[in-house]
Design a protein around this ligand. Sequence first.
Ligand code: ZN
Length: 218
Amino acid sequence: MPLPDGIRTVADRLRAARLNAQEDRIRRRVLSILALGVTPTVSILAERCEIPSDPIREILGRLAAMDLLVVDATGEIVLAAYPFSSIPTPHRVHLGGREVFALCAVDALGITAMLNEDTRISSRCAHCGSPVEIQARPEQLTRHLPSEIVVWFPTSEGDYCSVAESRCPNISFFCTSDHLETWRKVNGQPPGLVLSLLEAFEAGREIFGSLLAEANAR
Ligand SMILES: [Zn+2]
């Protein structure tokens, strides 16, 4: 696990949240809807969980307060639930016959272990914009181009209420460590970690591998 102790991941926040069975059921349903490439809304969740809209809305609010997901200003639409984003991001993840967006590079790498499905990630170098392509199975990376991909993991957070808004936008792929260093110089040398692609993949597996399991099974 290459991430230092001070960094709280969504897996840590989930453990600390001690969700009740209904909250956890809705949390997992949000993730499984997003995994289909569909944006979860209060009405979709109410229908699929067979629970009235008001309790769904309240539970989404509680999950958002614990930074397990992000809802829009109306509280009706789930904008993101780690590792997925309802809104397009630079990290497109192809699953069998469908496509989803990940919040960041590590999240994109964690989806294969979380869903136990093969994935193909299409992203871009955050410095030069050139394509980054990665294929992964739940247990291992299978192919990637270019060969020297690295991942930047910032260790400071901004003043936003969610990690999705503060840290995720900067957890990026770079085609080479030179491009990462150039980007860091241009951006005032922000504090963070340089992860090899394999280290980032292992971090993704660690963070997201058991996220779909029921709370009492984790
Ligand atoms: Zn580049």
